[in-house]
Ligand binder design. Structure first.
Ligand SMILES: [Zn+2]
Length: 419
């Protein structure tokens, strides 16, 4: 996931077991409509990997909708038509005690489904989205909005956010395959019954149709349906911006020990990244303040900061902070989350005391697990193919297709939460 991904989401995601879900044995296009508007007989306990459900809004009291084309609105439970027309002018949708307010109308329903006809995308809060929308009222009187979308369409809205469109085509294809596999992995291990992924950095960043770019869309299409498996099994194809020299073992993300994610891949290819080396200064007051605002609470004025345990690749696993009131030990993840993953770019850093501050000299951006995107970009520039780049960063893997996944029971590699 690009750089600032919140690793916590991953740490949770890895541990999930696959939840049974139903899907139709009908032609796919018909099946989607059937599922959305009628319901579907349970025939197989495996999600359809060709579709995905993206939570694009998770707890807003109100959203705005607009559709420049024919549309239908139906009740989520009943499937009964509520409204249809040739164009939907901008309308505000709100959760209200009696149901859902759709413009001036109060609909006595707990949820609605909105579909556009033809090529018109649905505009949600000004962002154009492919697929259909499900708007659900939650107990706290907020709305959950789920975008039901074909996996390949979803990826077009992801890749443009996850990789710069000026990268070489093979690099973009490499990221597309990793992102596709990661999305399916999330679908098979999801934590919510309502959706598979979130549309933000907690899963993979998703900009919808509004954010699609020609080069990244070409890469999605050129690699359509291709995924990466480890000995036939689906695994979390973690990726990150810049490893800074060597990749990390996936145990940093949870209880994983599998061949493609054992880290230790030497990467001399990401030095062009602006995040290859970095320096940050944190004052003692900064650290004291950040801790006081965290669940750890106040430790008083800070006198010392040290990395007291490192992984084999040198990434900080335990940071000890000495305060006037108490000494605390944080994981590398906790320490980064104190300051934000954009500000403290990776757990790979050294600490030098400097008066009332500490200087952190670091390497790379991201958790360092799996594929290094800037490394992949350089390898593509040197003429390596997407398949070669993927097998370099994820050893022992092979390419497969989504259709193969759909055709047989898929074993999913699971992990536990980190210690
Ligand atoms: Zn690298």
């Amino acid at each position: 996931m690009n750089v600032q991904k919140a690793e916590s989401r991953r740490q949770k995601a890895e541990s999930r077991t696959r939840s049974p879900e139903v899907f139709c044995l009908l032609p796919t296009a018909y099946c989607l409509l059937h599922v959305l508007f009628v319901g579907c007989s349970p025939v197989l306990a495996q999600p359809n990997p060709e579709w995905i459900r993206v939570a694009v809004v998770r707890s807003d009291p109100e959203v705005s909708l607009q559709i420049h084309g024919p549309f239908t609105v139906v009740g989520r439970q009943s499937g009964q038509p509520i409204q249809e027309g040739t164009r939907l002018a901008a309308v505000s949708v709100r959760a209200v005690p009696a149901g859902i307010a759709f413009g001036a109308d109060i609909l006595p329903v707990s949820g609605i489904r909105v579909a556009s006809g033809g090529e018109a995308a649905i505009s949600l809060n000004g962002r154009r989205l492919r697929g259909t929308l499900e708007i659900v009222k939650q107990k706290d009187q907020t709305l959950l909005v789920i975008n039901h979308i074909a996996l390949e369409d979803y990826l077009q809205g992801v890749l443009s956010k996850e990789a710069p469109d000026y990268w070489p085509p093979e690099a973009l294809k490499t990221v597309a395959i990793a992102a596709r596999t990661y999305a399916i992995y999330q679908r098979y291990t999801k934590e919510s019954v309502e959706y598979d992924v979130t549309g933000d950095v907690l899963s993979q960043d998703y900009g919808g149709k509004s954010e699609e770019k020609a080069a990244t869309t070409r890469a999605v299409k050129a690699s359509a349906g291709i995924v990466l498996l480890s000995r036939g099994r689906l695994f979390p194809t973690f990726y990150h911006s810049t490893c800074g020299g060597v990749t990390e073992h996936a145990r940093a993300m949870g209880d994983f020990d599998l061949e493609p994610l054992r880290g230790g891949i030497v990467c001399n290819f990401c030095s062009a990244s602006p995040f290859y080396r970095w320096r940050r200064r944190f004052t003692k007051a900064d650290i004291s303040w950040a801790l006081s605002k965290s669940p750890r609470g106040s430790i008083g004025p800070v006198s010392a900061l040290q990395v007291t345990r490192r992984s084999q690749t040198g990434r900080a696993q335990e940071i000890t902070i000495v305060g006037a009131k108490q000494t605390v030990r944080l994981t590398g993840f906790e320490f980064r989350s104190l300051f934000g993953f954009d500000r403290l770019r990776s757990p790979s850093f050294s600490v030098t005391p400097a008066g009332d501050s500490f200087l952190l000299d670091g390497r790379g951006w991201g958790h360092g697990v799996g594929m290094c995107q800037w490394g992949a970009a350089e390898l593509a520039r040197r003429g390596f193919s997407a398949a070669e780049i993927l097998s370099y960063y994820y050893p022992g893997t092979e390419l497969a297709t989504v259709r193969e996944l759909a055709a047989r029971p898929v074993e999913v590699i699971k992990g536990g939460l980190p210690n």
